[in-house]
Design a protein. Structure first.
Length: 114
C-alpha cells in the first residue's frame, strides 16, 4: 500500500490549502478513506472521512472549514482546507478509515502562522 500526500505548505491564518493523496496497492472502492493529522506533542487524530459514495464525517474542530472528497476513478483523496487557523498546524496524512490503517505514508506538513 502506498499513500502519497501532497499540497501542504506555510500559509497565514485565514488562507486556504488543498491537499491531495494518491493511493495505490489496495482496492480503493472497498475503503472509507480519511485524513488524519498529528501536531507536535499530540496524538494523531482523524479530521475527515469520505465513503465511497461521498458521505462525509468531520471532527468538530474542522467542521464548516474543511471539505473532504475522493475521485474513485483516480484513486485519489482530497482535503480542501479553508479559513486555516494556527491550531491546524500539523502533519497531515491520508489513510484508510474502515477497514483501519495498516501502514502510514510520510504525510504533508501544514504550517499556519498567525
Amino acid at each position: 500500500v502506498q499513500l502519497q500526500a501532497s499540497g501542504g505548505g506555510l500559509v497565514q491564518a485565514g488562507d486556504s490549502l488543498r491537499l491531495s493523496c494518491a493511493v495505490s496497492g489496495l482496492r480503493f472502492d472497498d475503503y472509507v478513506m480519511g485524513w488524519y493529522r498529528q501536531a507536535p506533542g499530540k496524538q494523531r487524530e482523524l479530521v475527515a472521512a469520505i465513503s465511497r459514495g461521498g458521505s462525509t464525517y468531520y471532527a468538530d474542530s474542522v467542521k464548516g472549514r474543511f471539505t473532504g472528497s475522493r475521485d474513485n476513478a483516480k484513486n485519489t483523496v482530497y482535503l480542501q482546507m479553508n479559513n486555516l487557523k494556527p491550531e491546524d498546524t500539523a502533519v497531515y496524512y491520508c489513510n484508510t478509515v474502515s477497514p483501519p490503517p495498516t501502514v502510514w505514508g510520510q504525510g504533508t506538513q501544514v504550517t499556519v502562522s498567525s
